[in-house]
Design a protein around this ligand. Structure first.
Ligand SMILES: NC(=O)c1ccc[n+]([C@@H]2O[C@H](COP(=O)([O-])OP(=O)(O)OC[C@H]3O[C@@H](n4cnc5c(N)ncnc54)[C@H](OP(=O)(O)O)[C@@H]3O)[C@@H](O)[C@H]2O)c1
Length: 254
């Protein structure tokens, strides 16, 4: 580990799945990671240990991002541990499978808090750091449910609402941060295999149907999405901002 990392990266939803795969992918000696989840401490600890084995510095934190102070506290922790925040991967989320009639206002609010408001609050707290960073990056993890409706006879209106809003926030931020050299992009996973501790919105049997629905006939792996996030976070993507890239085996073609 270098005494002074080249970048300090905050990743939410990093105890399993896409967030965990992203942390593992970018964990190199020039990187300090702050990995966060709601409550899965064992998952976070495993990921942090792997990242440290790869030479990165790593700190862990848990809190519920639907609570107003959680996002700013997370940014403050990163600043205390590593001095600043250069990059944010806003990845924490889950899909709420409830149609109109079953969907409650409380569900709509909860998805909005976790996905849109948490993004807003993370950015708000880190904005001065993101503007002054020499390697500023933001990646928001959206979802196919903001683009594809009725695949496998399912709709996720609350999650569609929140993820669509997230993509709007990200584009507005991309415009605002472009003069500072900080990029902001969205990655849109299709059906992506869950870790055993992940939060699956569809039954195990439905994953086979999801695979068949996907044009390339494959479920995505968390590593597929992590590779795209890592690209956006990397030096090579410095001239790419305001983009929304689907990692979905062609699902968005339907
Ligand atoms: N897998 C897919 O098929 C798929 C498809 C489209 C989009 N996505 C998006 O990709 C992202 C990652 O999905 P994944 O499948 O990799 O997830 P996952 O393995 O189920 O992990 C979700 C992560 O989010 C955290 N989280 C959930 N609710 C939270 C809350 N209220 N406060 C703080 N953290 C919270 C979880 O922490 P705990 O474990 O501690 O609860 C966990 O670390 C999500 O935004 C999801 O919407 C996934």
């Amino acid at each position: 580990m270098t005494a002074k990392p080249d970048r300090v990266v905050v990743i939410t939803g990093a105890s399993s799945g896409i967030g965990a795969a992203t942390a593992r992918r970018i964990a190199t000696p020039d990187t300090a990671l702050v990995i966060h989840a709601r409550s899965n401490i064992d998952g976070l600890t495993n990921v942090a240990d792997l990242c440290r084995e790869q030479g990165a510095a790593a700190a862990t934190a848990t809190s519920d991002l639907t609570e107003a102070a959680a996002s700013s506290n997370l940014i403050a922790l990163a600043q205390t541990e590593f001095g600043r925040v250069d990059q944010i991967v806003s990845n924490a989320g889950a899909a709420r499978r409830a149609e109109f009639g079953d969907l409650q206002e409380s569900g709509l609010r909860a998805d909005t808090e976790l996905i849109g408001m948490a993004f807003f609050r993370l950015i708000d707290a880190a904005l001065p750091d993101l503007k002054s960073s020499h390697w500023g990056r933001v990646v928001a993890v959206s979802s196919f449910v903001a683009h594809t409706f009725g695949a496998n006879d399912s709709v996720f209106p609350a999650t569609s609402f929140a993820k669509s809003g997230l993509e709007g926030l990200a584009k507005a931020l991309a415009w605002q941060l472009a003069p500072h050299g900080t990029t902001v992009n969205c990655v849109v996973p299709g059906y992506t295999r869950k870790d055993p501790t992940g939060h699956a919105a569809i039954a195990p049997a439905a994953w086979e149907a999801a695979r068949r629905t996907t044009p390339d006939q494959k479920l995505g792996e968390p590593e597929d999405v992590a590779a795209t996030i890592a690209f956006f976070l990397g030096r090579d993507a410095s001239h790419i901002t305001g983009q929304t890239l689907h990692v979905d085996g062609g699902l968005s073609l339907l």
